[in-house]
Ligand binder design. Structure first.
Ligand SMILES: Nc1ncnc2c1ncn2[C@@H]1O[C@H](COP(=O)(O)OP(=O)(O)OP(=O)(O)O)[C@@H](O)[C@H]1O
Length: 291
């Protein structure tokens, strides 16, 4: 991956339509690659090999979860997909093109962190506006986008509130609205609901699936929860540590929309068992490498 220069051309690659990527049942079909990670190594300055020979292709309309023991490189991989940091070897492409071609704006991605990371001194509306301010997007259209983003996360009435006046779940909704406001088509989420209680988390999972479907997003989601990964994803990517690598992929073929019925189904339990077993293998491999 190379750093883009401001003078380089920016190519916005048109997306295919939702109909093309979501056949009957609501599951994503084999769409065009959105992000391609090829033979990627990441070695930090202190010598830690965070990723070794990682290959992963994320396709249009997919909802992929990255799951694995602590330190297996989930966040590192997500950050490289976001263009935050350089690979040590290998390549990351967006829409089959190099960063130097597709450019910052052409990637149209947004990143959601575990903590809502809101500006505590600024009202909700100003927090959501931040990416637009950074892009110098102003005027009526910008205001409409903020309205839409707040409406989508159910916070239309809270634009004038300060973050401290909101619950943890609502703060996370603000964070998602802020990610949505620039109209991304790739959403990278690093344990966004990890700090929330189970009820709130389940609710936000349902909201996220609705937004994913309505907006035709592609999502890569880091989580420690087998249940969350299975519930949300059409594919769970299991990673092992020392060095961080992909060891298994489990397709979750249950149709969307998913709801409470799916959560309590034997199908869900079966997928959770399958993913837990893969996670167990990942943990053992990490421990063996450490001993
Ligand atoms: N900036 C950094 N400098 C040095 N080492 C780092 C840095 N960031 C991460 N690491 C190391 O790289 C490895 C992978 O870290 P990473 O945070 O990507 O894993 P993770 O799977 O997301 O972990 P967790 O589940 O605990 O969040 C770990 O050994 C970590 O200590």
């Amino acid at each position: 991956m190379t750093n883009a220069k401001a003078t380089r051309p920016e190519v916005v690659v048109p997306m295919t339509t939702e109909e093309e990527t979501r056949p009957a049942g609501g599951n994503p079909a084999v769409g065009r690659p959105v992000v391609t990670v090829r033979d990627v190594d990441k070695v930090y300055g202190n010598g830690t090999v965070a990723l070794k020979d990682v290959d992963l292709t994320v396709k249009e309309g997919e909802f992929i979860s990255l799951l694995g023991p602590s330190g297996c490189g989930k966040s590192t991989l997500l950050r490289l997909m976001a263009g935050l940091g350089e690979v040590s070897a290998g390549k990351v492409n967006w829409w089959e093109q190099d960063y130097s071609v597709v450019g910052q704006k052409g990637r149209k991605l947004a990143f959601v962190f575990q903590n809502a990371t809101l500006m505590p001194w600024a009202r909700v509306r100003k927090n959501v506006r931040l990416p637009l301010d950074l892009n110098r997007d102003k005027g009526e259209e910008a205001e409409q986008r903020i309205d839409q983003a707040l409406e989508m996360v159910g916070l239309s009435k809270f634009g004038d509130a300060f973050p401290r006046e909101l619950s943890g779940g609502m703060q996370m909704r603000v964070s998602i609205a802020r990610a949505m406001v620039t109209g991304p088509n790739l959403l990278l989420m690093d344990e966004p609901f990890g700090a929330l209680d189970e009820m709130t988390r389940n609710k936000l999972n349902d909201d996220l699936l609705r937004l994913w479907k309505d907006n035709g997003w592609t999502v890569v989601f880091v989580t420690h929860s087998v249940y969350e990964a299975v519930y949300l994803s059409n594919r769970v990517v299991v990673m092992a540590a020392r060095p961080g690598r992909v060891i298994d992929e489990v397709p979750i073929e249950a149709p969307y929309p998913r709801g409470q019925e799916f959560r309590v189904s034997t199908e869900f339990a079966g997928y959770c068992r399958r993913v837990s077993e893969a996670l167990e293998v990942a943990s053992q491999q990490g421990e063996e490498a450490a001993s």
